[in-house]
Design a protein around this ligand. Structure first.
Ligand code: BGC
Length: 790
């Protein structure tokens, strides 16, 4: 189909490169090329009833799988691929050709409001699991859209913030996750992020989109924008962005076609983009064949299995879990009856069923303990819970984050639970020593009472079957299969990243490569990789295929150990292989995850786990050479049950070989202590740090966030109009939409108003906001008249 490009007119080619509506990409009717549907999102299919419906609710029923953090905690590549396949089947049964996921952004900080959708703080784990998800989806003929490329690690000011990341951190961590996902998943589309990276907006970032993604990694699919991310359509196309989403009206296509006729854009660039878009339509043809059906029961069962597999047993003193079959157990906490099971924002789906733990646990004494959506403790409910708890064999306390605490569009100000939930745990723990806390949240939380309760289970946001899955785990019908894919810090207030600037204009990644478990100085409540089991495990010594290897491009070492299930129950264990560089010129984290394997074993059974390490497992990115460099010397391979629980070690000596080069002088910058002060960080970035200030009146641009232009009456009026448009009939406004009233820049107004405000009108309004009254009025009126004339 890409051969059809020659038959297209300039206008048709330009039209292909801009969405048809909120949820569709254009085809070419004249040539029988269909328009195709794109839909969110990572843990379920969110098909809105109408293609111009920007709403976050009312999508067609679909299976709500566990969200990214729960799926990742399974560390189970095969399972994630299975979930991907189910998502792909549901997508095509609903007529969807492109499913907008998975999210491969690293969890740089625990407070990112969208961490529930993302997978891990580690690039290897994130990239492997994203790749598996993509393989599953695409095996059904549906395209995945790996998002949001790149360094979209915070929600605060996400539409405009400039992520300042040094080249090493970018390559080793932030791009590392994408590189892996592209290599293992071969996605058919990639979605660029809203933010800037080192001064340039992602859709216009030639280096990221063309040089790295396409030329270095061999990505051969479509690059699309996040919704409303494109500022300069012509610059974005020239940088390698094929598709602008969404699309209303013809302004963007007209701009593209004009740029070609005026010689500002090479027609060959437009041809390439159109060719890729036609190829995407062709690649997804299977998805549009008639007769695809969905299997809700089977998918519900899979969602249940996946939720149990992603459940992490954080603590289990005295073997309190699994519950004895005849134990007298009370259930407290409103989440048991009305679960929190997914995150808020564009990923939210309408589940076709919803299990709750209270029902799934059978007929047990129950008290809500707190108001389902309340912050403040309710003394009467606490008293009732205390009375119910006293004297039982065990008490299950369901706690976690309410919907208001985690959402796309907003970062969390702290990691605490709602006070009502903390109070319930404390109250029940006073009344009964045998407390099991069951947590529902999409990202790390502080657990100030963690030393005062014997058992804690992190159930994450388990999707529509999370209620029955957690009952399976608590009763022992299923094992808690999860291991944390992220660090749980003890306290955000004392976290080294907390003091770093996250706006208004720039977010300084001064910790460089020291993210998550790689960062020192963090008091960890539960480390990356941690998770207990109902059975017991023995690991043998770690052996290596060669104690000494030469540094060559095809360097390979296999590390082997035998895992034995020594306990009475079937279960799974995760072997995590970290590499420690014993002496290196550049600063390096203490050790880094380089391979992992999940094993499922019956009681008494053993399995030999073989983990392969290639050259990259020993390399760092040298910002002076712009290349991966291995420094010959001694490395220690560490097999761990978490980043802090190393069970077996083996040494490997890398000797100089054909690939050896000396690290550049830049590789040694800036010193061992992270996060770095401004000066050393600027040296690392190799440029002066830009000022971190808002735009001044007179210099507002289409990318200035609304909140920074509030002084302007015209902007205040626009914001008020936008609020009315985004609120529902009762005046309620979703948190994601509310965040836009501060963070959205003017460039998003055509999308937010479905082109009621055209880009031309915005230029006029911008001039008004900048105090240029005559010019502004004239431009606004002219653009309005032009629109009326259409
Ligand atoms: C989100 C994307 C999502 C898109 C469409 C954006 O605001 O960042 O993840 O796919 O909207 O809903």
């Amino acid at each position: 189909m890409s051969g059809l490009v020659e038959k297209l007119t300039l206008a048709e080619k330009a039209a292909l490169c801009v969405g048809e509506s909120f949820w569709a990409m254009r085809g070419v009717e004249r040539l029988g090329v269909p328009s195709i549907v794109l839909t969110d999102g990572p843990h379920g299919v969110r098909r809105q009833p109408a293609s111009d419906d920007p709403g976050l609710t009312g999508s067609a029923p679909a299976t709500c799988f566990p969200t990214g953090s729960a799926l990742a905690a399974s560390w189970d590549v095969a399972l994630v691929e299975e979930v991907g396949a189910a998502l792909g089947r549901e997508a095509r049964a609903q007529g969807v050709s492109v499913l907008l996921g998975p999210g491969a952004n690293l969890k740089r900080t625990p407070v990112c409001g969208r961490n529930f959708e993302y997978l891990s703080e580690d690039p290897l784990l994130s990239g492997e699991l994203a790749g598996a998800w993509i393989r599953g989806v695409q095996a059904q003929g549906v395209a995945a859209s790996l998002k949001h490329y790149a360094a979209n690690n915070q929600e605060h000011r996400r539409y405009s913030v400039d992520a300042l990341v040094d080249e090493r951190a970018l390559r080793e961590l932030y791009l590392g996750s994408w590189e892996r996902a592209v290599a293992t998943g071969r996605p058919w589309t990639v979605m660029t992020a809203y933010n800037r990276v080192n001064g340039r907006y992602c859709p216009e970032h030639h280096e990221l989109v063309t040089e790295v993604l396409r030329e270095e990694w061999g990505f051969d699919g479509v690059v699309m924008s996040d919704w409303g991310a494109v500022d300069d359509r012509v610059a974005a196309l020239a940088a390698g962005l094929d598709l602008e989403m969404p699309g209303f009206g013809q302004d963007s296509d007209a701009a593209l076609a004009r740029a070609v006729t005026e010689g500002r854009l090479a027609e060959s660039a437009l041809n390439r983009a159109a060719g890729r878009l036609l190829a995407l339509i062709e690649r997804t043809a299977v998805a549009r064949e008639p007769g695809h059906v969905d299997d809700p029961d089977a998918h519900h069962a899979l969602a249940r299995r996946a939720a149990a597999a992603g459940t992490v047993l954080l603590k289990n003193e005295g073997g309190l879990l699994p519950l004895a079959p005849d134990a007298d157990v009370a259930v407290v906490g409103a989440f048991a009856a009305q679960p929190r099971y997914q995150g808020a924002g564009s990923s939210g789906v309408t589940p076709h069923r919803l299990d709750d733990a209270r029902t799934a646990l059978g007929d047990r004494p129950y008290a809500p303990g707190y108001g389902r959506h309340d912050e403040a403790p309710d003394p009467a409910l606490l008293d009732e819970a205390r009375r119910l708890a006293a004297g039982r064999d065990a008490v299950l306390v369901f706690a976690g984050l309410t919907e208001a605490y985690e959402t796309e569009g907003l970062d969390r100000p702290h990691l605490r639970l709602p006070p009502a939930h903390d109070a319930l745990v404390e109250a029940v723990a006073e009344a009964n020593p045998n407390v099991v806390v069951v947590l529902a949240n999409g990202a790390p939380v502080e657990l100030p009472w963690r030393d005062r309760v014997p058992a804690i289970v992190e159930a994450y946001l388990g999707g529509q079957a999370g209620g029955s899955a957690i009952a399976d785990v608590l009763t022992g019908a299923a094992e808690p299969g999860g291991r944390l894919a992220e660090t749980f810090p003890a306290q955000w207030e004392r976290h080294p990243l907390r003091a770093l600037p996250v706006g208004p204009r720039v977010s300084e990644y001064r910790e460089s490569v020291h993210v998550g478990y790689r960062l020192g100085g963090v008091e960890e409540a539960f480390p990356f990789g941690h998770g207990l089991s109902y059975t017991t495990w023995a690991w043998s010594e770690l052996t290596v295929s060669a104690a000494s290897v030469g540094d060559a491009e095809d360097l390979a070492v296999t590390a082997t150990l035998t895992v034995t299930n020594t306990g009475p129950r079937a279960g799974s264990d995760v072997v995590q292989l970290y590499v420690h560089d014993s002496a290196s010129t550049p600063y390096r984290p203490e050790h880094e995850l380089r391979a992992f394997a999940k094993v499922h074993l019956e009681p008494g059974a053993s399995e030999e786990v073989r983990l392969r390490l290639d050259r990259r497992a020993f390399a760092f990115w040298d910002p002076g050479r712009h290349a991966w460099v291995v420094e010959p010397g001694r490395f220690e391979l560490r097999a761990g049950a978490s980043a802090r629980d190393i069970r077996a070690r083996a040494a490997v000596e890398v000797t100089p070989g054909p690939a050896t080069v000396a690290p550049s002088a830049r590789a040694a910058l800036p010193g061992p202590v992270a996060p770095f002060p401004r000066g050393p960080f600027a040296a690392l970035l190799d440029r002066a740090l830009p000022p971190n200030a808002t735009d001044e009146p007179g210099s507002f641009t289409r990318n200035t966030p609304l909140a920074d232009m509030r002084g302007s009456p015209v902007v205040r009026a626009l914001t008020a109009a936008l609020r009315r448009r985004l609120a529902d009939e009762d005046g309620h406004i979703e948190p994601l939409f509310a965040s836009m009233l501060d963070d959205a820049p003017l460039r998003m107004f055509p999308m937010l108003t479905r082109n009621a405000l055209t880009p031309g009108m915005l230029d006029g309004l911008l001039a008004l906001a900048n105090g240029r009254a005559v010019r502004g009025l004239r431009a606004t009126v002219e653009a309005a008249l032009e629109r009326l004339g259409r």
